[in-house]
Design a protein around this ligand. Structure first.
Ligand SMILES: NC(=O)c1ccc[n+]([C@@H]2O[C@H](COP(=O)([O-])OP(=O)(O)OC[C@H]3O[C@@H](n4cnc5c(N)ncnc54)[C@H](OP(=O)(O)O)[C@@H]3O)[C@@H](O)[C@H]2O)c1
Length: 235
């Protein structure tokens, strides 16, 4: 993949789907489907264009995502470009309480990196022996440091797929270059459910508005792409 001008950290693309009222999920046991089949195909293609995919440990536990490129055509195209079929999988944790049988660790051939807060490193290294590389990322884990480390591992383009806490930290820290926000056509309306963004302050506010670079209807959902930094090619 092309190197990101400026080096230092990868190009960071945040991706999420929300309800009309900004919820990322509901408060039930079942996983809430916000997106639709066509949009999931779009997300698959975005994944295929990245070097790594990151989710927080909360999403690994709650959603048990596979985080692999699903379409054979996209997997083959990556291999033809000399890349593994699916991007590197990345998560971060403070407690380190991750299940080694989660699909994050068991599905696909991609390498996996767990950025772990220092106190939990010994336990987590033992727990995930053979299924992931555990990196001591300080206490607490600093997203900016983690990004620099990923850049050092050859990650030029990172897709951050949630959840609420991780997206919020990346936004608040101003280390996101682009946001893909998909809005599903219903409300959740339950304050117990996680909401996109969380508490600010954020670098984009009434005095500094983010730039919309695309708005597109995909079946019954709407995708809005925002440029969050000058690094976004459409900014
Ligand atoms: N709609 C969407 O597009 C979408 C996408 C993804 C997720 N979601 C939803 O989002 C919810 C999960 O969000 P969430 O906020 O609970 O979890 P999350 O953001 O996925 O993960 C939070 C966890 O990540 C770890 N973490 C985050 N920042 C850290 C830091 N700086 N240092 C060390 N560890 C750090 C901590 O793990 P430990 O607990 O291990 O310490 C923390 O509890 C779920 O309901 C999921 O369904 C929705």
């Amino acid at each position: 993949m092309a190197a990101v001008p400026g080096g230092g950290r990868p190009y960071v693309l945040l991706s999420c789907a929300t309800s009309i009222d900004g919820y990322l999920d509901d408060a039930t046991e079942q996983r809430l489907l916000l997106s639709n089949a066509d949009d999931l195909d779009r997300v698959d293609a975005v994944r295929a264009g990245c070097d790594a995919i990151l989710v927080g440990a909360g999403t690994v536990r709650r959603d048990d995502p596979r985080l692999v490129v699903r379409a054979e055509r996209l997997r083959r195209a990556r291999v033809a470009r000399g890349l593994p079929p699916s991007p590197l999988k990345v998560t971060l944790t403070e407690r380190g309480d991750l299940d080694r049988t989660a699909r994050f660790f068991t599905v696909g051939d991609a390498d996996r990196i767990v950025y772990c807060a220092s106190p939990a490193v010994p336990k987590t290294t033992e727990l995930l022996d053979g299924v992931a590389t555990v990196v001591d990322a300080g206490d607490p884990v600093d997203p900016a440091w983690m990004l620099a480390d990923l850049a050092g591992r050859g990650v030029d383009r990172l897709m951050v797929e949630g959840g609420a806490s991780v997206h919020g930290q990346f936004l608040a820290a101003g280390v996101a270059d682009e946001l893909h926000l998909v809005v599903a056509p219903f409300f959740v309306g339950d304050p117990r459910a996680p909401r996109f963004g969380g508490d600010g302050p954020f670098p984009w506010h009434p005095g500094r508005r983010a730039r919309v670079v695309e708005a597109r209807q995909i079946g019954d959902v709407v995708l809005v792409r925002y440029a969050l930094s000058p690094r976004c090619p459409d900014a």
